[in-house]
Design a protein around this ligand. Structure first.
Ligand SMILES: C[S@@+](CC[C@H](N)C(=O)[O-])C[C@H]1O[C@@H](n2cnc3c(N)ncnc32)[C@H](O)[C@@H]1O
Length: 243
């Protein structure tokens, strides 16, 4: 697993770098007002899970990175969610969920075909009859990685107990669908921490194929958080599927 999520110093930076956004609002609306059993897979530091719980849902947040879950447990509302250390392919709960959400491009950390298949099949097993799973992945056709340069991504965030941290991304390689990039965290003049991550990019038809193979169908597709339909130019592939 990437050090971006396992290192407590970096987990502490996550919320400052990734404040609540249009994706979170989209999934909150999708969950609806009626209380439901919700699974937030790859919940990270747990903002969305806590917000879902605050709206009356019965929420389970699952993530394989203990450092991320430590931040989640400590946040306001952290006691309103059941937190579990686990991952998409191996989680084995008796509970079945009306709504499973997997956001923050978690889907792109599944690199191999078999990982994708195992994750989707397992998430399907955790759906109650009529339940829906929703997630997004960046559209490969739009080549978002081309903007992942120091010039275009450098930002400074202020982290409690750590002070100012300068962060930027640097693309390392593109090998077919696999994009590898560094994230460089400068905590101080002599305190640089570098992580390397690889993400898989897919086209919409490939996502449709893996969903169908996992027995997930009736897919609704969007291309933007404002609810626009998917088009080949869309930055996001947003899929909402059931079984
Ligand atoms: C970019 S963060 C997204 C966190 C959160 N969903 C959000 O939107 O802020 C990616 C998360 O995926 C988690 N992750 C990594 N591998 C995973 C896996 N195999 N199954 C589920 N989650 C995974 C990481 O630990 C990390 O917390």
């Amino acid at each position: 697993m990437s050090r971006s999520y396992t290192d407590p110093r970096l987990a502490a930076v996550y919320d400052e770098l990734n404040p609540p956004n249009a994706a979170d609002r989209f999934y909150l609306d999708l969950a609806g007002d009626a209380p439901r059993a919700v699974l937030d897979m790859g919940c990270g530091t747990g903002w969305l899970a806590c917000e879902l719980a605050a709206r009356g849902h019965l929420v389970t947040g699952v993530d394989p990175a203990p450092a991320m879950l430590d931040v989640a447990r400590a946040r306001p509302g952290g006691k309103t969610v059941t937190w579990i250390t686990g991952d998409a392919a191996h989680l084995a709960l008796e509970t079945r969920f009306d709504f499973i959400v997997m956001t923050g491009h978690v889907f792109q950390v599944f690199l191999e075909d078999r990982e994708i298949a195992a994750a989707l099949a397992n998430l399907r097993r955790h759906l109650s009859p009529g339940g829906r799973i929703a997630f997004e992945t960046r559209n490969a056709l739009v080549r978002a990685w081309e903007t992942w340069t120091p010039e275009r991504t450098t930002t400074r965030v202020h982290v409690p107990n750590a002070g100012a941290v300068d962060v930027h991304y640097a693309l390392r390689s593109v090998d077919g669908p696999f994009v590898t990039f560094e994230t460089r965290f400068q905590f101080g003049p002599d305190d640089l921490l570098v992580t390397t991550n690889t993400l898989r990019f897919m086209a919409r038809d490939e996502v449709a194929k893996v969903l169908a193979e996992a027995g997930l169908d009736n897919v609704t597709w969007y291309g933007d958080w404002n609810g626009s339909p998917f088009s080949p130019e869309s930055r996001e592939i947003i899929a909402i599927a059931g079984c």
